[in-house]
Design a protein around this ligand. Structure first.
Ligand SMILES: Cc1ncc(COP(=O)(O)O)c(C=O)c1O
Length: 377
């Protein structure tokens, strides 16, 4: 394979092609049912997600962002409250806290990974903290055993948007905390054909609250007992996700296989590439992203693009340096690990349809960059 051969970052057209008839049949079924919002398909998907995550309940919502928002609303998070979260994640994680008038309190990431550092949560916890939101970034679970233990009565909301199917220390993403928030954004491991999400919980009372919150805060149309929103999941999205759901285990296995091949190939070379944490039997990522840390990241990215290898930066700016959080008064240096990561991370293609020779080509291009092009540090 040479530079004229493209490696797609993710190819949803290819992924969906063998499922097309079933997807079309699901669309037809929903059209003929005349029921487009919530309904039996949503209930079926909720049951499926509850089974997969080991949570007792699952509530379908309109997106991963709305899952987080509904979860926080379900806990009555609002002005005067503080919510601890990681400094390094997708915008939605922190945005929802501020949208409710609460104050995000960021903590830095671990020294040897991209998830929040539980030791720093220990320092950040005080009486104003209404919830803690760890993110299972890139598909690998945060240290939930230590975190839940540390938090005691303070609810822990897992941002499991990228981690459906992940497990660690005998816990599964989505049932390890008070609530779990899942995204069905199209590029997630179980991606919908549009936006969608789910909140999971083992708590029956919270489940009920979430069902009320997702429908404008009312059990009936005539009475609204609390503030809610339109966070409902469409029947069409649930029906399409149910077609894809039985394939998730196999797609996850293919992602894990791809991650192992990257690890093997990179380990066979002497390059200034820091690899992501590898899987262990008791810490299994679902590899939503394969993220390396490298010097000269932007030059490498341009070089890879010139060789037909797409890559993406997740995430270029840690929350404390985002303009939208300027009012929190942070400055450069406050969370040095997140800052370092933001300048060095690069996500390489890892989607299930990737072939071994494509991964070999990606690694070869990275090696060529450092052997032939890179002069900096
Ligand atoms: C970590 C994380 N949290 C939250 C979200 C929000 O999910 P959605 O795009 O479904 O609103 C995403 C994904 O986009 C995410 O990656």
């Amino acid at each position: 394979m040479d530079g004229s051969v493209k490696v797609p970052f993710i190819d949803l057209v290819e992924l969906h092609a063998p499922l097309e008839e079933d997807l079309m049949a699901a669309v037809r079924e929903v059209i003929q049912s005349g029921r487009f919002i919530l309904g039996p398909k949503v209930t079926e998907l909720e049951t499926w997600v509850a089974d997969l995550t080991g949570a007792k309940h699952a509530v379908g919502v309109s997106s991963g962002t709305d899952a987080l928002l509904a979860a926080l609303m379900g806990l009555d998070v609002g002005p005067g409250d503080t919510v601890i979260t990681t400094d390094f994640s997708f915008a939605a994680t922190a945005e929802v806290i501020a949208r409710l008038g609460a104050r995000p309190r960021f903590v830095d990431i671990e020294a040897d990974g991209f998830n929040l550092d539980v030791d720093q949560v220990a320092v950040a916890l005080d009486d104003t903290v209404k919830a803690v939101v760890p993110v299972h970034l890139f598909g690998r679970m945060a240290d939930m055993r230590r975190l839940v233990d540390l938090c005691g009565d303070v609810p822990v909301i897992e941002d499991a948007a990228q981690a459906l199917g992940a497990s660690r220390d005998g816990l599964k993403a989505g049932s390890a905390g008070t609530m779990g928030c899942i995204s069905f954004f199209p590029t997630k491991n179980l991606g919908g054909l549009g936006d969608g999400g789910m909140v999971t919980t083992n708590d029956r009372a919270l489940e009920e609250t979430l069902r009320v919150v997702r429908a404008h805060g009312g059990r009936t149309k005539d009475r609204h007992e609390r503030l809610g929103g339109n966070f409902r999941l469409d029947a069409l999205h649930a029906a399409l996700l149910l077609v894809k759901a039985p394939h998730l285990a196999q797609w996850t296995e293919q992602r894990r296989r791809n991650a192992r091949l990257y690890q093997e190939l990179f380990e066979g070379k002497t390059l200034p590439v820091t690899l992501p944490t590898p899987d262990r039997d008791d810490d299994l990522s679902v590899w939503n992203q394969f993220v390396i840390s490298v010097p000269g990241r932007d030059e490498l990215r341009r070089y890879l693009a010139s060789r037909g290898v797409p890559s993406l930066v997740y995430y270029a700016t840690p929350f404390h340096l985002e303009p939208c959080f300027a009012s929190l008064g942070h400055r450069v240096g406050d969370f040095p690990r997140a800052e370092l990561a933001a300048g060095r991370v690069l996500a390489l293609p890892i989607h299930p349809g990737l072939r071994g020779e494509q991964i070999e080509y990606v690694v070869k291009c990275v090696a060529q960059f450092y052997e032939q092009e890179f002069s900096g540090s």
